[in-house]
Ligand binder design. Structure first.
Ligand code: IPM
Ligand code: MN
Length: 359
């Protein structure tokens, strides 16, 4: 059997970091004896500027036929913000029903964090972000547009079904994590805003306790408002284990989380459909100013590849990538920021591959 991996290099530095991710895929495939084939999906700003096509149906069906999707970055400086993000990234998440956005916040050893007195012991949790609902559904509109009385509405829409499947994923994730690491995966924190968003987060909170009590009694349940969550992420990150939250809050807190783990250069994420095709990506953007300079940090993309393999069931390969990242960041790389790594993009990919081959 051979895994079919669809690759979207995309825009800016996307293709460069994706290339390093694929290099690492090649290294682990030989080491752990599995086969794969890749095919590139040509979408992104360049195609849009040339042809006005954003995400043709043929590309969606190609993506649906893959075992997993590996994405570099989407976002082009010559395209109005929103067109590609909504038309490609969000559309794929919705079309493939990737209802979970899994974003680990993990500080590797010897990596600098802006949080004083906190290290890898304290900064090690995951955010389970709901990925197909909430403010991202585009429900709303304008009325009296262009007049002084103009009104704009954008609604936070959640069905019980969406909330429940996301919460169950968070609990199930905890159980799996706990099996691998006995001191992790013991607590799920619901991050909401029950004091103001008294409909949507009332639903989340009720389902959280209902499902948690009925089916996951061994897991501790905790609750924090989103504003307080940002405070604790800085003050006491060790309080967190698995955080589960809605789409918009998850978007915001995971950028904060990424900064505490050393920045966008290392932050990886997965858009997951547990019963379908999932898509893995570095969570930073396309960094247009660094395009083609061979200076961008590919570790987030390489970490995304590890997550992809984990989802495909290649757990040992995923672990070996993670261990290689840990080793290389703690012994070789000077900084995780673009241009300051002490190595080029390609060299960082090579360091990871060497580490995998020689360990
Ligand atoms: C992310 C990004 C996207 C989001 C944008 C580009 C649509 O910020 O993956 O976090 O808001 O989800
Ligand atoms: Mn974001």
């Amino acid at each position: 059997m051979s895994y079919k991996i669809a690759v979207i290099g995309g825009d800016g530095t996307g293709p460069e970091v994706a290339r390093e991710g694929l290099k690492v895929l090649n290294a682990v495939a030989s080491k752990f004896n599995f086969k794969y084939e890749t095919h590139q999906l040509d979408i992104g700003g360049e195609r849009y500027l040339k042809t006005k096509e954003i995400l043709p149906d043929s590309v969606i069906s190609d993506a649906k036929g893959a075992d997993a999707i590996f994405l570099g970055a989407i976002g082009h400086p010559d395209v109005k913000p929103g067109i590609l993000e909504k038309g490609i990234l969000l559309k794929l998440r919705f079309e493939l029903d990737q209802y979970i956005n899994l974003r680990p916040v993990k500080l590797y050893p010897n990596v600098e964090t802006p949080i004083k007195n906190k290290g890898p012991e304290e900064i090690n949790y995951v955010v389970v972000r709901e990925n197909t609902g909430g403010l991202y559904t585009g429900t709303g509109g304008f009325s009296m547009k262009g007049t002084p009385d103009e009104v704009a509405i954008q609604s936070m829409v959640y069905s019980r079904h969406q909330v429940e499947r996301c919460l169950r994923y968070a609990f199930e994730y905890s159980i799996r994590w706990n099996k691998q690491e006995p001191n992790r995966g013991k607590k799920v924190t619901l991050c909401g805003k029950t004091n103001v968003l008294t409909y949507v987060f009332d639903l989340w909170e009720r389902v959280f306790h209902e499902v948690g009590q009925a089916d996951y009694g061994q897991i501790e349940r905790d609750y924090a408002h989103v504003d307080a969550t940002t405070m604790w992420m800085i003050k006491n990150p060790e309080w967190f284990d698995v955080i589960v939250t809605g789409n918009m809050f998850g978007d915001i807190i995971t950028d904060l989380g990424a900064m505490t783990q050393g920045g966008m250069g290392i932050a990886a994420g997965g858009n997951i459909n547990p019963d379908g095709v999932s898509m893995f990506e570095p969570i930073g953007g396309s960094a247009p100013k660094y395009t083609g300079k061979n200076v961008i940090n590919p570790l987030a993309a390489i970490g995304a590849m590890a997550m992809l393999l984990n989802e495909l069931g290649e757990v040992e390969a995923a672990k070996s990538i993670d261990q290689a990242i840990s080793k290389v960041v703690s012994t070789k790389i000077k900084s995780l920021d673009a241009g300051k790594m002490g190595y080029s993009t390609e060299q960082v990919g090579d360091l990871i591959c060497d580490q995998i081959v020689n360990s």
